[in-house]
Design a protein around this ligand. Structure first.
Ligand code: CLF
Ligand code: SF4
Length: 478
């Protein structure tokens, strides 16, 4: 092995240079790169920089999922247990203009509930039409169970909705019957396998129609251990064949207090390791989204931050929109410039290491910008990166309880955090207090304090870690 003390030349492209860091690794053609470059869900690289918002204009649903209780938000695209304020299309358009002025890096407006947008077509399409008229630089994004999509494909095309998410949890109606007790179809309630069969057929037709219309389709699948865990490999195969752009396998969220059927019967969700294992198995076939935050139907901001409480109806209705397309264009141009700089930085740290060096996981505290820039005590989630001699790749995130409250640390929360990141070799933070640092190190996890690009900090750490491993194994042999 060559000496490891100084890194060789700079300038090799970062592994995150492709628009979505997930596999497959071949670069996207430029026209597709451009379509997703500022969409925080379709592009992992974009999610560090660009924001989205949802407008909750769609209360009704036409199916029942066993993981959903609609007195709360839609579990497909939201965090259950948090109630949304419903908006009219006019209120929603006003809110979008207010927020697009205050958050110029906002690039996408989605309708994701709290029910199904296409079970509320009038509100959904009127809202999109108002936004398209007043703020044409915003991308429109729709998330649906797909039951009614074939009826509305022409309207979706007419409004230039370029991104559509379908939630597909099965391609076998027998399995579907364990997830969906009923659907409402042509004014009738249909139950059991027949209901799942109709839903499945409509979802397959939706995939075909979206592909023919050249609309970028992401498929969300909820991983339900014991019900569709192994079956999702088949779902992955089918959606890839039908031209879906991206697959987002999300963990079932189920707790008794959410009042869902699965929550009440004690159906568990997957562990982070089970989720990652399935995503890894699917990632050879198609692009996988691993940065989904299962956001609420009125989410605002970067993925992973929730600014919705700054924009309650009472507040935003009193605000005057300051939507300024030129200012937004300038801010977004400077973000693109920053991203370009970031994409040509740090693999020199590991370029001289053996390519088959082992992979490790590290946990990163970040508040966006692709940087290690959050204090340990303020983190509510850690980004998980897999690091090896080939680079540092985002592979997921873990929600954690915040350690620091009102200037003092919560020991219980620290223990929970440790449980959640125990498989990581290091935690990368911009700052941390002596007490939590000591406890984390006692648990066998290294702590790195730095303020720099995530990839740079991760690869620098990896290099040191590998040197120490090599030295340890030499000294144990001598
Ligand atoms: Fe919203 Fe969904 Fe559009 Fe994104 S969310 S409608 S595609 S703009 Fe994104 Fe949120 Fe995950 Fe959805 S992180 S829940 S995937
Ligand atoms: Fe709930 Fe969405 Fe399922 Fe409808 S489609 S039941 S709103 S999770």
């Amino acid at each position: 092995m060559p000496p490891l003390s100084t890194p060789p030349r700079q300038g090799s492209p970062s592994p995150s240079a492709c628009a979505c860091s997930s596999s497959p690794r071949q670069a996207l053609p430029p026209h597709l790169q451009q379509r997703i470059a500022t969409h925080p869900c379709y592009s992992e690289a974009a999610h560090h920089h660009y924001a989205r918002m949802h407008v909750a204009v769609a209360p009704a649903c036409n199916i029942q999922c066993n993981y959903c209780n609609r007195k709360f938000d839609c579990a497909n695209e939201s965090r259950p247990g948090v109630v949304s304020e419903l908006l009219t299309p006019a209120e929603a358009a006003h809110k979008v203009l207010v927020i697009a002025g205050k958050i110029p890096q906002l690039t996408v407006v989605g309708i994701a509930g709290p029910g199904d947008p296409l079970a509320n077509p009038k509100q959904t399409f009127e809202t999109f039409a108002r936004i398209a008229e007043k703020a044409p630089d915003l991308k429109l994004c729709l998330s649906t169970n797909g039951l009614m999509l074939p009826d509305y494909i022409d309207e979706i095309k007419r409004l230039n909705i370029d991104h559509v998410t379908l939630t597909i949890n099965m391609v076998d109606p027998e399995i579907g019957a364990k997830i969906y007790p009923w659907i409402r179809w042509r004014r009738k309630r249909i139950r059991g396998v027949e209901a799942a069969r109709i839903l499945h057929e409509r979802q397959m037709e939706s995939l075909d129609l979206l592909r023919e219309a050249d609309i970028l389709c992401k498929v969300n699948s909820v991983l339900i251990p014991g019900i569709n865990d192994t079956h999702l490999l088949e779902v992955n195969r089918v959606i890839q064949e039908k031209g879906a752009f991206l697959h987002n396998i999300m963990p079932l969220i189920s707790a008794p207090e959410h009042g869902t059927y699965f929550g009440l019967i004690g159906q568990r969700g997957p562990t982070p390791q089970e989720l990652k294992a399935l995503q890894d198995r699917c990632s050879g076939n198609m692009r996988m989204m691993r940065h989904c935050r299962q956001c609420r139907a009125d989410a605002v901001g970067l993925l992973g931050e929730d600014r919705s409480q700054e924009f309650t109806k009472e507040r935003f209705m009193q605000m005057t929109p300051e939507y300024d397309p030129e200012k937004r264009r300038q801010v977004q141009a400077s973000i693109a410039q920053l991203q370009a700089q970031q994409q040509s930085t740090p693999t020199h740290w590991t370029a001289d290491l053996p390519p088959d060096s082992p992979s490790i996981l590290v946990a990163v505290a970040s508040k966006g910008g692709g940087l290690v820039n959050r204090h340990f005590g303020h983190a509510r989630e850690f980004l998980i990166y897999e690091v090896n001699a080939r680079g540092a790749q985002f592979v997921g995130h873990r929600k954690v309880p915040q350690y620091c409250h009102g200037g003092s640390g919560e020991d219980n929360n620290l223990e929970q955090i440790l449980d959640l990141i125990r498989d990581c070799r290091a935690v990368l933070v911009s700052k941390i207090g002596d007490c939590p640092m000591k406890r984390i190190r006692e648990a066998g996890i290294e702590v790195v304090e730095d303020y720099d690009l995530i990839e740079t900090v991760a690869l620098k750490f990896y290099r040191t870690w590998l040197v120490n491993q090599t030295l340890d194994s030499k000294s144990s042999r001598s």
